[in-house]
Write a protein that binds this ligand. Structure first.
Ligand SMILES: *Cc1c(COP(=O)(O)O)cnc(C)c1O
Length: 400
């Protein structure tokens, strides 16, 4: 039998720290490896598999579109892309969509759009304020925006024009604002940074400051969007609206896609020839996006997320009483992290996997859970049972 891990080590760049499991097949929240072992998948492709593995709604849309038309380039109009743009606009506060293929590219597009707007309307202002521990992607523009020196340092010099301020610190944003500032870019909840929640009123305060100073508010909803936090977009729960929003991860149920949404007056500044992508808005990806988002809207999946979240959070919080090593449960909807008092998350991940649960150690002291939005109650119960056993086994923590 082929040793897939050995083959990967032989032929593939070694830039990922992968869990030692070769996943072959999935259905809903479950996945099977090449040896036939079954897992509950609470990684969900990193908040990508919104409707679970092999969902017929998504799979049929992909299959039908593949038999009809996969790709044309943006030299032509195609129906799926236009339909997806209309669906996004009609279900958000924004007026127009641009499509690309990943979160990084969406961020890159948003940066260019903000700079273009600053060039045209604000005397060439170009600086963008972002937060420490943010994650916006790995291309050189998105990397410069990302507030994490570890990702940046080996790839210097960084693209200029970004200022990083501490998360949850409105005064720091105010102090960092200069005549060159064009925008503030922020994740409604810091995802890769560890599922870090915004303080009450923080995002409202950032919105007000942007209005006062004529800055654009860019919300990076690559991870929080498409129902993940219990509303279609995370901004809805903060009582604010962005000027520009970036989307990717969950938008097409697992097919690579990215999108930039913007208000009309801002989108108008990107004119013919300014920006583009060969694959962006590709008929196959757009059809998958339409099928996914349309299902979420028509079936009020965010309401299901809120219900499931209540169950998941209360099960996890009950662990705080039993396991001394669990000191915090944070997140919103089905973007959740379990904080640990020590750096043992890698061992917890291993112990979970041995018991049939896939989770992600987003920080050395935090486990992140991002199951499909249609995860069932019994699956949440089983996952919490396994997680509790795994934490106890990994840490040798006696019950409190
Ligand atoms: C994952 C992520 C990105 C980057 O998306 P890729 O598709 O990996 O390029 C950007 N911003 C946020 C908030 C993310 O979570």
């Amino acid at each position: 039998m082929t040793d897939w891990v050995a083959e990967e080590h032989r032929y593939v760049f070694q830039n990922y720290g992968r869990q030692p499991v070769v996943i072959e097949r999935g259905e809903g929240t479950r996945a099977w490896d090449v040896d036939g072992n079954e897992y509950l998948d609470f990684v969900g492709g990193i908040a990508v598999n919104t409707l679970g593995h092999a969902n017929p709604v998504v799979a049929n849309a992909i299959a039908e579109q593949a038999r009809t038309l996969i790709h044309t380039s943006n030299l032509f109009y195609t129906k799926p892309m236009i339909e997806l743009a209309k669906l996004l606009v009609e279900n958000s506060c924004l007026d127009r969509a641009f499509f690309c293929n990943s979160g990084t590219e969406a961020v890159e597009g948003a940066i260019k759009l903000a700079r273009r707007w600053g060039h045209d309307t604000r005397n060439g202002a170009y600086e963008i304020i972002t937060t420490v521990d943010s994650f916006h992607g790995r291309s050189l523009g998105a990397l410069a925006a990302t507030g994490n020196a570890r990702y940046q340092e080996p790839f210097g010099p960084q693209l200029p024009g970004f200022v990083h301020v501490p998360w949850n610190d409105l005064e720091a944003i105010k102090a960092a604002t200069s005549g060159q500032t064009v925008a503030v870019m922020i994740e409604p909840i810091q995802g890769e940074g560890g599922v870090n929640m915004p303080g009450d009123g923080y995002l409202r305060g950032v919105r007000d400051w942007c209005d006062e100073r004529g800055l654009l508010l860019i919300l990076d909803e690559v991870q929080t969007g498409v129902g993940r936090t219990g509303s279609l977009w995370a901004y809805e729960q903060e009582g604010i609206e962005p000027d520009i929003m970036t989307l990717a991860k969950g938008l097409a149920g697992g097919v690579p896609i990215g999108a930039v949404l913007a208000r009309e007056e801002i989108a108008a500044h990107l004119v013919k020839g300014d920006h583009g992508s060969t694959f962006g808005g590709n008929a196959l990806a757009a059809a998958a996006g339409f099928a996914t988002l349309n299902y979420i809207v028509e079936n009020d999946v965010p309401a299901q997320v809120r219900r499931a979240s209540g169950l998941l959070m209360s099960r996890l919080r009950s662990m705080e009483d039993r396991l001394g090593v669990v000191n915090e449960v944070r997140g919103r909807g089905l973007l959740v992290a379990v904080g640990l008092t020590r750096d043992c998350s890698a061992e917890v991940v291993d112990q979970c996997r041995k018991r049939g649960l896939l989770v992600n150690n987003v920080r050395p002291n935090a486990i992140r859970l991002m199951p499909p939005l249609n995860v069932r109650d019994d699956e949440i119960g089983r996952a919490c049972d396994i997680l509790e056993e795994a934490i106890a086994a990994a840490t040798g923590t006696p019950a409190k």
